[in-house]
Design a protein around this ligand. Structure first.
Ligand SMILES: *[C@@H]1O[C@H](CO)[C@@H](O)[C@H](O)[C@H]1NC(C)=O
Ligand SMILES: *[C@@H]1O[C@H](CO)[C@@H](O)[C@H](O)[C@H]1NC(C)=O
Ligand SMILES: *[C@@H]1O[C@H](CO)[C@@H](O)[C@H](O)[C@H]1NC(C)=O
Ligand SMILES: *[C@@H]1O[C@H](CO)[C@@H](O)[C@H](O)[C@H]1NC(C)=O
Length: 342
């Protein structure tokens, strides 16, 4: 009974040594030095130091006393029963796993396993671009992830672009969460990562938050002296110039159509479209009555699409419909009737 207890204790004990002693991660600044310790067993006839660089194949540095490396910074330090590997000047290329191994009857045995991490400025995780565009629909939540690593671990702070200036938003950490996004949130967010080895310019990631929202249409006669009065019916005399202005606030841009409803038979016909990035496409073959104009105001996310005409023909007294074509969001429309004043 006692004996069993004792065996169990020894087992636990050796496992403790294993974890604390056999594998070790060592952090060093560039230009410093380091020694990796190893004690091959006295009966061992062949032992070696190996380097396994990250994502590369292993190379043998020393086999017994034979020097197999061309790197002049490695040296051996053997005294008593120790057979230690020294590194005079640590450089970025020296990072990796250092294994002290010996050949025993049972095969190759790893005596020591050191991971050397060479400290450096923060860097982006592999395959992560520093400039990102993040589309998000209004009302949703965005999570911006500052995907940087570094040793020593960098501190990360967040900034937002406001009126062309980058301002701190007093938030630190890897992830910035923005909840219940409004169109006012649509700006650039920047995370800056810094540790004591950072150099200028500091490492950063930039996120352009593209807030998408459905179209809002304002429809009015731009020739009217009282533009603030938006009504569904306009009374105009024969021979007057009308500029019906369809002012659409939306993101992303969608196609906007002008349609006319004939007041007698209720038929709707498309007379022109504004296609983002292309321009105006007219569908009316006669092209004599109506002219069109557009203006894009990107910073306000507004597109203005005007139909201009003179009320000198009977057919111009109609209902005019401005409609956005549904893509991301359902289509929307507003209309205005032009009625003849006697
Ligand atoms: C090992 O050999 C390389 C040349 O191949 C030499 O630069 C280096 O100093 C040698 N290292 C030791 C510890 O002798
Ligand atoms: C050395 O340690 C590293 C990190 O724990 C491990 O991934 C690797 O497999 C170990 N190598 C050997 C030969 O034990
Ligand atoms: C999101 O914002 C809108 C507009 O500011 C507000 O009406 C709504 O209550 C907010 N929703 C949540 C879940 O905070
Ligand atoms: C962000 O990083 C880019 C690319 O290295 C650099 O040009 C820019 O100046 C940095 N921005 C800031 C705010 O540090």
């Amino acid at each position: 009974m006692r004996c069993t207890d004792w065996t169990l204790m020894v087992l636990v004990w050796t496992r403790c040594i294993g974890i604390a002693y056999f594998e070790e991660t060592i952090y060093r600044d560039p230009m410093s030095s380091v020694t990796f310790y190893c004690h091959p067993s006295q009966t061992s006839e062949q032992y070696m130091w190996k380097l396994v660089p990250p994502q590369k194949t292993e190379t043998i540095l020393f086999m017994n006393n034979a020097n197999l490396t061309s790197d002049k910074y490695y040296f051996l330090e053997s005294r008593y029963h120790s057979w230690d590997l020294g590194l005079k000047t640590v450089m970025k290329r020296h990072s990796g796993t250092y294994l002290c191994q010996e050949f025993a009857n049972t095969g190759l045995v790893t005596l020591k396993n050191y991971t050397l991490v060479v400290n450096g400025p923060p860097k982006l995780s592999p395959n992560i671009p520093w400039l990102n565009t993040v589309p998000v629909i209004e009302g949703n939540t965005a999570e911006l992830r500052c995907d940087v690593t570094g040793s020593p671990p960098p501190s990360i702070s967040w900034f937002a672009m406001e009126d062309g200036q980058i301002r701190s938003i007093h938030i630190e950490g890897h992830i910035l969460q923005i909840r219940n996004i409004t169109r006012a949130c649509g700006t650039k967010y920047v995370c800056i990562a810094e540790n004591r080895l950072s150099t200028k310019p500091l490492l950063n990631m930039t996120f352009d938050l593209d807030v998408q929202f459905p179209a809002q249409i304002l429809l009015y006669d731009a020739k009217s002296p009282r533009r603030d009065v938006i009504s569904a019916i306009l009374n105009r005399k024969l021979g007057m110039e009308v500029i019906l202005r369809c002012d659409v606030m939306m993101y992303p841009e969608v196609t906007i159509n002008w349609k006319i409803r004939n007041l007698r038979n209720s038929q709707l016909r498309k007379i022109a479209s504004y296609i983002p990035g292309v321009g105006i496409s007219e569908h009316d073959r006669r092209k004599t009555v109506y002219t069109f104009k557009f203006q894009v105001i990107p910073n306000k996310k507004v597109t203005i699409f005007d139909v201009i005409f003179r009320t000198d023909k009977e057919e111009t007294f109609s209902e005019y419909v401005c409609e956005t074509e549904g893509q991301q969001f359902p289509s929307t429309q507003k209309s205005i009737k032009i009625e003849k004043l006697p």
